[in-house]
Design a protein around this ligand. Structure first.
Ligand SMILES: Cc1cc2nc3c(=O)[nH]c(=O)nc-3n(C[C@H](O)[C@H](O)[C@H](O)COP(=O)(O)OP(=O)(O)OC[C@H]3O[C@@H](n4cnc5c(N)ncnc54)[C@H](O)[C@@H]3O)c2cc1C
Length: 453
């Protein structure tokens, strides 16, 4: 292919691999995308060279980070020429301890950024179960949330500066991270959450926070989703809140069995298990637990863990949920696994969730279903196995929309949810998004089919 030969004249030949290997084009569910060639740049200049050539030749480009995205964002499917651009080779990671920031390449994993921050007694505000593979570039491109949004906000709140390459190969770089800077359109904010459709992220200046001094994790049974939130609020009044998560009891107990793990809440009543982590700081767990006695007296079955194996085991029952549902899908022969990442209005969380739960409970095609997620923000991951049903997704997302919720809390729109974007965005909003896309990527080469169908 002439395009591949030409790429080898502007990039080191060993960084241009044709055909693109299947492993890199396969997502976490085992679904496979397509690209004629894989390019592995190591510098921003190499990313720019690849994009300049792709722009001139109208080659579709899919940026790839850790491939842990859950909405088909990396599953390029186009009849024309195509290129997968892996950012894994951009691995710079410099912590500025005095300024509490880090200058990080797009290919650095979230786990490696955490390790670098911890060495300076700092922490990065975003953490998620896919931390060992998910990259800084991918998490910015999807505006990832994760388990600490209640403490530090989403990825958007961590980004102080960005370097990106546009579809024509031009580089926009502002990595200074000035605390105040009102100079025109916030291009950085447009790129955050744009899922590889407006620009390729190469580097970022990220905010870091003081590392929590001493963590205390509580697991407790709760009757409702809002009870989980209320527990998080009560704990947050006693000490800074780090996480407030939930899992439905049946999924929690089934994961404990599947993972051969002891369940400290086994047999306790309640529809949900709440997992709440706080930073007890220098006061220590005993003083904070004493202060929380009135709350804890109402929760006789609460389990408490500090650092070490007990804490890790409790977190595993929450973070192992995605993996456990993949196992369920493998067991339910003839059924597909459906995953939804919805937000519902917090004030009416249980009332808003009831129609969705009712549909799943009554729909004959559904075999098993469960829910877990970042309950403090009304951000719920619904999972179910069902025999294929053409309109089931739409019926669920229509209920979510009618309740005033969103079809994507944190995973993005990708290719999977692009056809439903109208349920969340009005025609004028969709038209404005289309104008932005056409202005920044007039040839439509960047991740076609993602977000805007
Ligand atoms: C077990 C598990 C748990 C998860 N938990 C969470 C969670 O709690 N919260 C959450 O938000 N998500 C979660 N996710 C989803 C996923 O990890 C995030 O969406 C993550 O941000 C994807 O990062 P990645 O590097 O793997 O990106 P990829 O999957 O490689 O790409 C995701 C999207 O970003 C684009 N992209 C990637 N890199 C760049 C770049 N440098 N420039 C421009 N575009 C780019 C891709 O084209 C694609 O559209 C989870 C996934 C798994 C498997």
């Amino acid at each position: 292919m002439a395009f591949v030969d030409d790429l080898r004249t502007v990039l080191p030949p060993d960084q241009v691999i044709a055909p693109a290997p299947d492993a890199l084009l396969t997502d976490w569910f085992g679904r496979r995308g397509h690209a004629d060639v894989l390019v592995r740049p190591r510098t921003t200049e190499e990313v720019a060279a690849a994009l300049t050539m792709a722009g001139e030749r109208r080659v579709a480009v899919v940026p790839v980070g850790g491939n842990t995205g859950l909405v088909g964002g990396t599953l390029l499917a186009t009849a024309g020429p195509s290129m997968a651009l892996s950012l894994a080779g951009l691995t710079e990671c410099e912590v500025d301890a005095a300024g509490s920031t880090a200058l990080v390449g797009a290919g650095v994993t979230v786990a490696d950024l955490h390790a670098a921050a911890a060495a300076a007694d700092l922490t990065y505000g975003v953490d998620l179960a896919s931390r060992d593979s998910a990259t800084v570039g991918g998490t910015i491109a999807t505006n990832a949330g994760g388990i600490h949004v209640c403490a530090y906000g989403t990825t958007r709140s961590q980004v102080l500066g960005l370097e990106v390459v546009l579809a024509d190969g031009s580089v926009l770089s502002d990595l200074r991270g000035l605390p105040k800077d009102n100079t025109g359109y916030a291009l950085r904010d447009l790129v955050i959450g744009s899922e590889g459709t407006l620009a390729v992220i190469t580097r970022a200046r990220l905010r870091l926070h003081p590392a929590p001094a001493r963590r205390l994790l509580l697991a407790a049974p709760c009757d409702t989703l809002l009870d989980c939130v209320a527990l998080g609020r009560a704990c947050g009044r006693a000490a800074p809140l780090l996480s407030c998560e939930c899992v439905d009891t049946a999924s929690w107990e089934a994961a404990a069995v599947a993972l051969s793990q002891r369940d400290p809440l086994a047999g306790a009543p309640g529809t949900y298990r709440a997992l709440v982590e706080i930073d007890v700081g220098s006061r220590g767990p005993a003083a904070v637990l004493t202060e929380m006695a009135p709350t804890l007296e109402l929760l006789p079955d609460v389990a408490v863990a500090e650092a070490g194996a007990d804490r890790a085991a409790l977190w595993r029952l929450r973070e192992g949920q995605a993996e456990w549902w993949n196992l369920v899908a493998a067991q339910d022969s003839g059924a597909e696994l459906f995953k939804f990442d919805i937000t519902l209005p917090l004030a009416d969380l249980d009332a808003a969730f009831t129609p969705v739960a009712g549909l799943l409970a009554e729909e004959p095609a559904v075999r098993r279903w469960g829910v877990f997620g970042h309950v403090f923000e009304g951000s719920l991951h619904l999972q179910f196995t069902a025999s294929p049903q053409p309109d089931l997704e739409e019926r669920i997302l229509t209920l979510v929309s009618a309740a005033g919720g969103s079809l994507s809390a944190e995973h993005g729109v990708g290719r999977d949810k692009a056809g439903y974007l109208h349920l969340r965005r009005s025609p004028p909003e969709l038209a404005a998004m289309r104008s932005v896309k056409d202005a920044l990527d007039p040839g439509g080469i960047l991740n076609p089919g993602v977000i805007l169908p």
